[in-house]
Ligand binder design. Structure first.
Ligand SMILES: Nc1ncnc2c1ncn2[C@@H]1O[C@H](COP(=O)(O)OP(=O)(O)OP(=O)(O)O)[C@@H](O)[C@H]1O
Length: 314
């Protein structure tokens, strides 16, 4: 067992192979106390694998993983950590034939804690009906109540808002923000970039099992620059619109507009555009989708060069 200063989640060179199939490879990062940490990556990137290793459900092939300072491969330490852990799986399955109340009784007994009134007020479910009759949203809400009713120091969640309506999603984000205020840590995987933008302090992005980005949402967005969309009477080849400060230029198929990703240096843009007849011009901040698509698209070679570079930022 490590010292009390250990971070709530620590992964060191974590590698997990399923036979020859790579789950995650050489994953090293740590999540700070009271942080809301988003774990992102395309389908099959290895998010669930990392989460399942953290929960002790899979044995690492190599490297180490700890929760709340406890080694997850040591049964006694893992049991100890789990008392202060809330877990929300991606595929919520309960015994269907019991009522919601019975499910919460079960989890309450497991953790020796029954503080369910407050979470149930926020995420109400029909407690006296059997879980079989629940909608998928109600199942998810029941899972949230079960995961949070013992006010865990650390919550690990696999796509926690899937199936929730927007109001309930909002309630969930507020719960995470209150947990941060109280010094509790939240770690979750997500494909929903708007929620990452709204609640996450930092994100880690994995692809092909490797970490390719680790930074604050603010920094990642700041590096994303601005997006200019422009329509020109002359329709020049996109390469003619490139100048220092432009990260990329694309010409859209449908309407012939050009899309430029550029740093916030508008004089150069205006100078270049002055050579043409500008029919339309829009300049906006890069959205989180603009910025993050960079990490999702492209080829595996792109990813490998990103991962091996000294600076993995875009
Ligand atoms: N039980 C398993 N046996 C063999 N290969 C597996 C197993 N589970 C996952 N994999 C493989 O490991 C890799 C990582 O999968 P993982 O489910 O961890 O990705 P993910 O990031 O959670 O994806 P998603 O966003 O689709 O949930 C994939 O290539 C997947 O096919």
């Amino acid at each position: 067992m490590r010292s009390v200063e250990s971070q709530p989640i620590e992964l060191e060179s974590l590698t997990k192979y399923y036979g020859d199939v790579r789950g995650v490879e050489d994953l090293t990062f740590a999540v700070d106390r009271s942080e809301i940490f988003g774990f992102l990556g395309p389908n099959g990137a290895g998010k669930s694998t990392a989460i399942r290793v953290l929960l002790g459900l899979l044995k690492p092939t190599d490297g180490t993983a700890s929760l709340l300072g406890r080694d997850v491969t040591d049964r006694a330490e893992l049991r100890d950590a789990k008392r202060r852990l809330g877990y929300l799986p991606s595929d919520v399955t309960f015994y269907d034939r019991v009522t919601g109340a019975a499910v919460l009784d079960h989890f309450g007994r497991l953790r020796g804690d029954e503080r369910r009134a407050e979470p149930l007020e926020r995420f109400p479910v029909p407690l006296d009906r059997t879980v079989k009759t629940y909608s998928s949203g109600n199942r998810q809400k029941l899972a949230i109540v079960a995961a949070f009713m013992h006010e865990p120091d650390l919550a690990i969640m696999d796509e926690p808002t899937s199936g929730l309506d927007p109001l309930v999603q909002n309630e969930f984000y507020e719960l995470l923000e209150e947990r941060r205020e109280a010094g509790r840590t939240s770690f979750f995987s997500s494909h929903i970039l708007s929620e990452v933008r709204r609640v996450c302090d930092r994100v880690g992005i994995i692809r092909n099992g490797r970490l390719i980005e680790l930074d604050t949402v603010e920094n990642i967005l700041a590096e994303g620059g601005t997006i200019s969309t422009v329509r020109l009477a002359e329709e020049p080849p996109p390469a003619l619109l490139e100048f220092p400060g432009v990260a990329r230029v694309d010409r859209r198929d449908g309407d012939g507009r050009y899309r430029l990703v550029l740093a916030r240096e508008f004089d150069a843009l205006i100078e270049r555009l002055s050579e043409y007849t500008v029919l339309e011009l829009e300049v906006r901040e890069a959205s989180i989708e603009d910025v993050f698509m960079h990490f999702y698209g492209g080829t595996d070679e792109d990813t490998d060069s990103l991962a091996s570079g000294s600076d993995a930022s875009p």
